[in-house]
Design a protein around this ligand. Structure first.
Ligand code: URA
Length: 193
């Protein structure tokens, strides 16, 4: 059995070469990079965002722009180092104009995300925003629990193999201080893990 780094590298290689992706042409035309994920391959906590923005697509690193600075601040507020968690997105290439991911994009990239989860085996999945929340809640058999993020954020959902904690997307907190306070409060829950 290959080690985790090798298995994750295989995922990266497949995505880099995925000409059948609905976002492949847009990536190539703009000299963008796919954003696979980053962090501890043995992390207990995995954060799953939506899709790369421009900064991310230019560097190949998740959450390295304005939303990333908020994420770092939130991690710091509970004394968690980004190096000790794993951060990724449901969609691995940047959608044009930062629009919401389309269902076919989620469908294309989500099997890669599932493989990442199976390799890293986090105890906790913290979803960032409604798209990764809806996908993960459904995928782990909790569809009947699905409600708007305004109701689900900061709550703990136990699936068979993992605990799921839906959180607001940090980008919402860039210009909204009350969402930032809510996010800070919700992050406190992660401390116990
Ligand atoms: N927003 C996301 O959802 N993911 C990123 O990597 C950056 C911004």
């Amino acid at each position: 059995m290959e080690n985790r780094t090798e298995q994750l590298k295989k995922i990266k290689d497949e995505i880099v070469a995925a000409k059948n992706s609905p976002l492949y042409d847009f990536r190539i035309k703009n000299n963008f990079l796919p954003v696979i994920g980053e962090g501890d391959h043995y992390a207990k906590i995995m954060f799953i965002g939506e899709a790369p923005g421009k900064n991310e697509a230019l560097t190949g690193r998740p959450f390295c722009g304005a939303a990333g600075r908020i994420l770092d601040e939130l991690l710091q507020s509970i004394n968690l180092d980004r190096k000790n968690v794993y951060v990724t997105n449901i969609v691995k290439d940047r959608p044009p104009f930062n629009r919401d991911p389309l269902p076919e994009e989620i469908e294309f990239y989500s099997p890669f995300l599932i493989r990442q989860i199976e390799i890293i085996k986090p105890e906790v999945i913290a979803t960032l925003g409604r798209f990764s929340m809806a996908y993960i809640i459904k995928n782990f058999g909790l569809e009947s629990e699905l409600k708007p993020i305004s109701i689900m954020h900061g709550k703990i959902f136990s699936a068979e193999k993992v605990t799921i904690i839906p959180l607001y997307h940090p980008a919402v907190a860039i210009y909204n201080n009350s969402t930032k306070e809510t996010l800070k409060k919700d992050f406190e829950i992660l401390k116990s893990f």
